[in-house]
Design a protein around this ligand. Structure first.
Ligand code: 2P0
Length: 325
């Protein structure tokens, strides 16, 4: 019986993925580019038990006995079993080492860690590219967590690829956890509904590749101001396409807009501070090492900001422990 523990870090998209080119294969409709974050990590242990019965999942210490999380984990394990010629059930124990009630998406680091741990536990020796493909089938953003630093996932791509190490443009990310907004719908459901009902979805598909290219160039040229402007444009364009869905997919809360207002004030005062928002009300702020302290202090003054996590770029997903019994 082989037991493997892997660690993967969450990533925040700077050029956003929203919409699928192929639902069955889970291929993204637009290119995306992210930064893997050191402060947000998932630790996952997989053991193939040898028994023919089903899979067991323990998430943050709580046994998950059914529903979507178990189905999605089992679907990844099924792909690993098929590749390795295994029939055994698996026990999966996964822990998010960031505030779990924070509403931060954990599927990227979760499926990346599961792909690495499960394939190694099954005795497979996969390359990062093969692992990225395996994780992407579960969650497209998880493909990007296979690498550290800046990582791209092209439109219709089966796997992500590294763009540059974090050290190339060592920005600081401040994750501002805000008071909650309307009840959130899953990204998968939200993007499907946007594609089906939003008249602006076509505009999003047409413009996202250009914005992705702007983001990529700004990173390669290590230009934080240009990057910040492109990152905000990507996030707001994505949210605009959702807001035009019927009914609207709205992840913004009043707190989200309060943070955006504060960032405008900070920029007028000469600070580097740019926002990006995902499928929730929280705001991730890009800033420089030099401006991180004053920007964090200004955000902490807002009553709507519950807490702030500060992060630098994080490393690739990897195996950290292996035992054979
Ligand atoms: C991203 N998000 O690029 C975008 C921005 C949320 C907003 O990728 O359906 O969990 O499992 O492929 O990867 C979240 O969606 O979606 C996401 P599926 P996923 O980070």
């Amino acid at each position: 019986m082989r037991s493997v523990t892997a660690i993967a870090h969450a990533n925040i998209a700077l050029a956003k993925y929203w919409g699928k080119a192929d639902e069955a294969l889970n291929l993204p409709a637009v290119p995306s580019l992210s930064l893997t974050l050191e402060a947000l990590r998932t630790v996952t242990t997989v053991t193939f038990t040898g028994a023919a019965r089903g899979d067991e999942l323990v998430l943050d210490g709580v046994a998950v006995t059914g529903g979507r999380p178990l189905e999605r984990a089992s679907a990844l394990l099924d792909r690993v079993r098929a590749m390795a010629g295994l029939r055994s059930g698996a026990r999966v124990e996964s822990r998010n080492e960031f505030p779990t009630a924070s509403g931060l998406a954990s599927s990227a680091s979760g499926f990346a860690a599961l792909a690495v741990a499960a394939s190694a536990a099954a005795g497979l020796d996969l390359t990062p590219t093969q692992l990225s493909r395996l994780a992407r089938q579960s969650s497209a953003s998880a493909a990007r967590s296979m690498w550290g630093g800046y990582v791209a996932l092209a439109a219709r791509a089966h796997e992500a690829e590294p763009v540059a190490p974090w050290e190339h443009l060592p920005l600081v990310m401040l994750v501002a956890l805000t008071t909650n907004g309307p009840k959130e719908i899953s990204s998968t459901a939200g993007m499907k509904h946007t594609a089906e009902t939003s008249p602006y979805y076509a505009g999003w598909l047409a413009s996202a590749p250009r914005v992705f290219e702007e983001v990529r160039r700004a990173i390669l040229e290590a230009d934080l101001e240009r990057l910040g402007a492109a990152v905000e444009h990507s996030a707001l364009s994505m949210h605009a396409s959702m807001l035009a869905a019927r009914p609207a997919v709205r992840y913004f809360a009043p707190a989200t807009l309060r943070v955006l207002d504060r960032l405008l004030d900070l920029r007028r005062a000469g600070r580097s501070a740019y926002a990006t928002m995902d499928a929730g009300p929280h705001v991730k702020v890009l800033t420089s090492a030099g401006d991180a302290d004053p920007v964090e202090a200004a955000l902490r003054e807002l009553p709507e900001v519950r807490s702030i996590l500060r992060s630098r770029g994080g490393p690739a997903a990897c195996v950290v422990a292996e035992t054979v019994r």
